[in-house]
Design a protein around this ligand. Structure first.
Ligand SMILES: Cc1cc2nc3c(=O)[nH]c(=O)nc-3n(C[C@H](O)[C@H](O)[C@H](O)COP(=O)(O)OP(=O)(O)OC[C@H]3O[C@@H](n4cnc5c(N)ncnc54)[C@H](O)[C@@H]3O)c2cc1C
Length: 511
C-alpha cells in the first residue's frame, strides 16, 4: 500500500468518465468532501470530443456519439448547460432488390413519407401499422420505466405487477427479442432495423435474452427512447460536467491511476501509480468493474467481448446514393448497412465460430447535418460508423492485418449503396492521407480500459433485481463502503449518468 496517506475525504471517486463526474458533483453538492482520481490526462472517458485529424479543426465525438439515456432530471439537478438536438429523420436503410436500389425511410415522427416508404418496400400497409403499434406500446413502457432508473432498485415482481401491458412485458422481458420481432414483423429488412437496437455494443444472438436488455436500454431513454445529437459533440457534456464538479468543490487529480485498495469498516485507502495514498469513508468506483475485482482479489463477473468497430471519417461532401434518395436526409439519421435480421444473425454466428464475417452489418451517422458547430467553417462533414459482430477475439492474432481486413469489408459494404465510392467523398490531408480513423475493440481496451473493448464495461443488466435489501440502489458491492458508480453498475451503461447518480444517493442516504 502507499507510503503515507495524503489526505482524508468523505468520498473518493475513481474514474473521471461522465458517470464519475455526475457522482462527484451530487456528493459535493450534498456537502461531502470529494476527491476524484482519473488515470488519464483528461476527463470524460468514452464521452469526449477530439481533433482526430490535425490539419482539420473538427472536434468529433471520438467514441460515444448519441444521447438518449441521460435523464433531464440530472441535467436540472446539476444545472448542466448541455443540449441535445433532434435528428431530422430516425433512420434510412438502403436496399438492393435485384438491379433495383430503393430504401426504407423512418421519419423521427413517422408520417406519410414513412408510410409510403414501407409500402414501396413491403408491398402493403401492414408492416407500418405493426410498427406504429409496437413503438406506441413501447413508449408506454419507456414512460413507466425511465423514472424508476433514478430511484432505489425495485424487484422484477414489483415492477411487473405495476405495469399495465402484461403482454408487452412478456414480449420484452421474457421471450427472446428475436421471437418478439418476428411475431410483429414479416419483412427481413424491417425486422433488422428494429433488431439493431438489441445488438449495439452487445455480442449476442437475438435469441438470447441479453439482446432484450440491450434493446430495452435503446428504447426507454427519458421516457421516449429518442436518440439525439449532443450539441458541440460529446466533449461538450464532459466539459460541462467538469465545470459543475469543480464549482461544487470536487478536487480533481488527473494522471492518477488507482492501483491498490485496502480498508475496513472505518473507510477505504487507495494508492495511485505515483505512490501517493488517499483515505475516505466511502469509495465510488466509476471505472470498469473488472479492474476493481482485480484490485480487491474478488472473482470477475463473466462478460462478453466488445464486438464493435468504430470508424470516424471526415468528408468533403456527402456521397450520392444509388437509390437516388437525398443524402442530406439519408445520413441525418441512422443509415443502416447490411443489417437485415438474417444478415445480423449470420454475422453473429460466423463471428462466434471465430470467422471474420464477409458482410459486416454497420450503421453510419452524419452529426454535422444536425449540429454544424462541430465542423465550424471548414465546410466538411463528419461521418461516424459503428459496425457489429467484430469481437475482440477476432483481432487477437494479427491485429493490424485483421483491422485492415475488417475496415476493407465495411467500406465495401457501404459502397454497395453509393453512386460513387466513399473514398471519393473523404477528405485527405496534405500528405494524401484519408481522414479515417479506426477503433477495434482492442484499441478501445488500450485507450479507455474497456474490458475486452466492451463499451458498457460488461454485459448490461435488467433494470430490476430478483430480491434485494430495502433501499438498495444497484451500486452496492460486497464491501459496505465501496459502490459501483460507472457503467457496470446495475442500470449503468451508455451515456446516462444514472450509475453515477445512484452511487451518490446510495452514499448520501447512508448519512
Ligand atoms: C465506441 C463507443 C461508442 C459508444 N457510443 C455510445 C453512444 O452513442 N451513446 C451512448 O449512450 N453510449 C455509447 N457508448 C457507451 C458509453 O460511452 C459508455 O457506456 C459510457 O461512456 C460509460 O461511462 P462511464 O463514466 O461509466 O465510464 P468511462 O467513460 O469508461 O470512464 C471511465 C473512466 O475511468 C478511468 N479509469 C479507468 N481505470 C482507472 C483507474 N484504475 N484509476 C483511475 N481512473 C481509471 C478511465 O480512464 C475513464 O476516464 C459508446 C462507447 C464506445 C466505446
Amino acid at each position: 500500500m502507499s507510503l503515507g496517506v495524503n489526505s482524508t475525504y468523505d468520498v473518493i471517486v475513481v474514474g473521471g468518465g461522465h458517470n464519475g463526474m455526475v457522482a462527484a458533483s451530487y456528493l459535493a453538492k450534498s456537502g461531502k468532501r470529494v476527491l476524484l482520481l482519473e488515470a488519464r490526462g483528461n476527463l470524460g472517458g468514452a464521452s469526449i470530443s477530439y481533433q482526430a485529424f490535425p490539419e482539420f479543426p473538427v472536434h468529433l465525438s471520438r467514441y460515444s456519439y448519441l444521447v438518449s439515456l441521460f435523464p433531464d432530471q440530472i441535467k436540472a439537478d446539476l444545472s448542466l448547460n448541455f443540449r441535445t438536438i433532434s435528428r431530422k429523420v430516425s433512420s434510412y436503410t438502403p436496399v438492393q432488390q435485384g438491379d433495383e436500389h430503393l430504401g426504407l425511410l423512418v421519419e423521427r415522427t413517422p408520417g406519410a413519407a414513412t408510410a409510403d416508404s414501407f409500402y414501396k418496400l413491403t408491398g402493403s400497409h401492414t408492416e407500418f401499422e405493426k410498427w406504429r403499434d409496437f413503438y406506441g406500446r413501447l413508449e408506454g413502457l419507456a414512460q413507466f420505466l425511465a423514472p424508476t432508473l433514478l430511484e432505489p432498485l425495485r424487484t422484477e415482481v414489483d415492477l411487473k405487477s405495476n405495469f399495465a401491458d402484461g403482454a408487452l412485458w412478456r414480449e420484452i422481458f421474457e421471450q427472446p427479442i428475436g421471437v418478439t420481432v418476428s411475431q410483429y414483423f414479416r419483412d427481413d429488412i424491417v425486422r433488422g432495423v428494429v433488431l439493431t437496437d438489441a445488438l449495439v455494443g452487445t455480442f449476442s444472438s437475438v435469441d438470447d435474452l441479453q439482446a432484450n436488455i440491450c434493446f430495452l436500454y435503446h428504447v426507454i431513454g427519458n421516457g421516449t427512447g429518442e436518440w439525439r445529437v449532443p450539441e458541440g459533440g460529446m466533449g461538450a457534456l464532459a466539459k460541462e460536467l467538469s465545470r459543475v464538479a469543480t464549482n461544487s468543490g470536487v478536487e480533481i487529480l488527473l494522471n492518477r491511476r488507482v492501483d491498490a485498495i485496502s480498508g475496513g469498516t472505518s473507510g477505504v485507502e487507495v494508492s495511485t501509480s505515483d505512490g501517493e495514498g488517499y483515505f475516505a469513508r466511502n469509495l465510488v468506483w466509476a471505472a470498469d468493474d473488472r479492474s476493481l475485482a482485480r484490485l480487491l482479489g474478488t472473482p470477475e463477473r463473466p462478460r462478453r467481448d466488445g464486438s464493435q468497430m468504430k470508424i470516424n471519417m471526415l468528408l468533403k461532401q456527402l456521397p450520392e446514393l444509388k437509390s437516388g434518395f437525398d443524402p442530406n436526409l439519408a445520413f441525418a439519421g441512422t443509415f443502416h448497412i447490411d443489417e437485415s435480421a438474417i444478415q445480423l444473425e449470420s454475422a453473429f454466428q460466423l463471428a462466434k465460430a471465430g470467422v471474420l464475417p464477409q458482410v459486416i452489418p454497420a450503421e453510419v451517422y452524419c452529426h454535422s447535418l444536425t449540429d454544424q458547430s462541430i465542423v465550424g467553417e471548414t465546410g466538411l462533414h463528419t461521418l461516424t460508423l459503428f459496425a457489429f459482430h467484430t469481437p475482440a477475439e477476432l483481432f487477437e492474432e494479427n491485429r493490424e492485418l485483421n483491422t485492415a481486413k475488417v475496415t476493407e469489408r465495411i467500406i465495401s459494404g457501404i459502397n454497395t449503396y453509393l453512386a460513387s465510392p466513399i473514398e471519393d467523398a473523404l477528405a485527405y490531408d496534405s500528405q494524401g492521407r484519408a481522414c479515417l480513423e479506426v477503433k477495434s475493440p482492442l484499441d478501445l481496451e488500450d485507450e479507455l480500459d474497456l474490458p475486452r473493448g466492451n463499451i458498457f464495461h460488461g454485459d448490461l443488466t435488467m433494470p430490476f433485481a430478483q430480491e434485494l435489501p430495502a433501499g438498495a440502489w444497484g451500486s452496492e458491492t460486497e464491501q459496505a463502503n465501496i459502490f459501483l458508480g460507472g457503467a457496470s453498475a446495475i442500470r449503468g451503461g451508455g451515456v446516462s449518468g444514472i450509475a453515477g447518480h445512484n452511487a451518490a444517493f446510495a452514499i448520501i442516504n447512508k448519512g
